[in-house]
Design a protein around this ligand. Structure first.
Ligand code: CP
Ligand code: NVA
Length: 308
């Protein structure tokens, strides 16, 4: 089998995404029932992270252990990468040792360069542009809670960042109707909007607006993320002022469908992008969403490493 990467949701067709989601739900059941699922016995997966992580790191390491494989966690600064070795040489060398690489970095182009020369699957654990593993777990969570994806109305509030970009591609793949409400200058980047529109499966549509009310009205799912992503800390104060009207709070939630669920990829800043009463309230599914990272990534690892 020729190697496949997961750099973006665009790398998988809709039926492959549904297959991953079904496998992820199988893995979830098996774990609940204490049934072993050691599909990757004898394999090794390395993780290279240039940014902090709680969920992605721990869910991948746990997924790898549950699948019977070994993991090696590498802080990018501890590699010769930090002293100027190229990403290409790093990829060629690590391809000789391990069966897949899970990488969290800054520039998406770095990940593309790595994938181009590596003979093993490269998995995007977040770049400045995309966070596809998050979006996969998000789809799983919506499917679990709403029993369908196609036709769901999803409102994303706030920064048009990596999480938003991957959500747009995910939504386009499965026919979710997505409205993004962002302040001027902080919309998702135009090239990704075009990319998502080009993937359009028929039912869906992507709407970019400034108005929270028009995005949220009647939504089945409301999603938000931090106003300041990793690497933008110098802009935090300015961003707090710019995004002040985009908080997901009870007033905003009241505009959505009464059965709406609230999602956030976490980490969250209560009192900034989301109020404490909403994230800790009854409609919030953020911890199920975080748990699903584990199950969805198992499906991804099994698919990419042993094609199961
Ligand atoms: N949602 C997410 O990717 O969290 P971490 O940054 O903790 O991995
Ligand atoms: N947009 C956030 C997501 C963190 C999981 C960031 O890039 O920091």
């Amino acid at each position: 089998m020729s190697k496949r990467d997961f750099l973006s949701l665009a790398d998988f067709k809709p039926d492959e995404i549904y297959h991953l989601l079904a496998k992820a739900m199988d893995f979830k059941r098996q774990r609940r029932q204490n049934k072993p699922h050691r599909l990757l016995r004898g394999k090794t997966v390395a993780l290279i992270f240039s940014k902090p992580s709680t969920r992605t790191r721990v869910s991948f390491e746990t997924a790898i252990a549950d699948l019977g494989a070994d993991s090696i966690f590498l802080n990018a600064n501890d590699l010769q990468l930090g002293r100027g070795e190229t990403i290409e040489d790093t990829g060629k060398v690590l391809s000789r040792y391990v069966d897949a690489l899970v990488v969290r970095t800054h520039d998406h182009s770095e990940l593309e360069a790595l994938a181009a020369v590596s003979s093993i699957p490269i998995i995007n654990a977040l770049t400045n542009k995309y966070h596809p593993c998050q979006a996969l777990a998000d789809l799983m969570t919506i499917l679990e809670k709403k029993d369908r994806l196609s036709g769901i109305k999803l409102a994303y509030l706030g920064d048009g960042n990596n999480v938003c970009n991957s959500l747009m591609l995910a939504a386009a793949k499965v026919g979710i109707k997505l409205s993004v409400a962002s302040p001027k200058g902080y919309e998702p980047q135009a090239s990704v909007i075009e990319e998502a529109k080009a993937l359009k499966t028929g039912l869906n549509g992507i709407k970019i607006t400034r108005k929270i009310t028009s995005a949220v009205k009647g939504a089945d799912v409301i999603y938000t993320d931090v106003w300041t992503s990793m690497g933008q800390e110098d802009e935090a104060k300015e961003r707090r002022a710019i995004f002040a009207d985009y908080q997901l709070n009870s007033e905003v939630l009241a505009l959505a469908s009464p059965a709406a669920i609230v999602m956030h990829c976490l980490p969250a800043h209560r009192g900034e992008e989301i109020s404490a009463e909403v994230i800790d309230g009854e409609q919030s599914v953020v911890f199920d969403q975080a748990e699903n990272r584990l199950h969805a990534q198992k499906a991804l690892l099994a698919k990419l490493i042993v094609n199961e």
